[in-house]
Design a protein around this ligand. Sequence first.
Ligand SMILES: [Zn+2]
Length: 109
Amino acid sequence: MYCPECKSEYKEDILFCEDCSASLVLSLEDPLPLEEVEWVSLDNIRGDIYAEMVKEVLDNNDIPCYIKTAFMVSAFGIKGAGIPGTKCTIFVPSDNYDEAAEILSEMMD
Ligand SMILES: [Zn+2]
């Protein structure tokens, strides 16, 4: 990922430039602003490890995606209330949704 403003290079899962807050693009030669992509969420995934696994499979299928994680801390300190975990939502471009959902359902089987 590249910043169109300052030309900084970032990892794939970074969406905005840390210096100038510009939306990163996939390539400086052929800019594709991320805001033109409509991101849709796949079914909620329980647990970071599983979400990372899904992301890896999507990566292998050349489907761009990112994971949004919400930490659930309410269970802390309550005995027997369950294991504190994270709630992950995986976002994929709407164009790739059907393909991603199919891959995900195959993983669920
Ligand atoms: Zn920048």
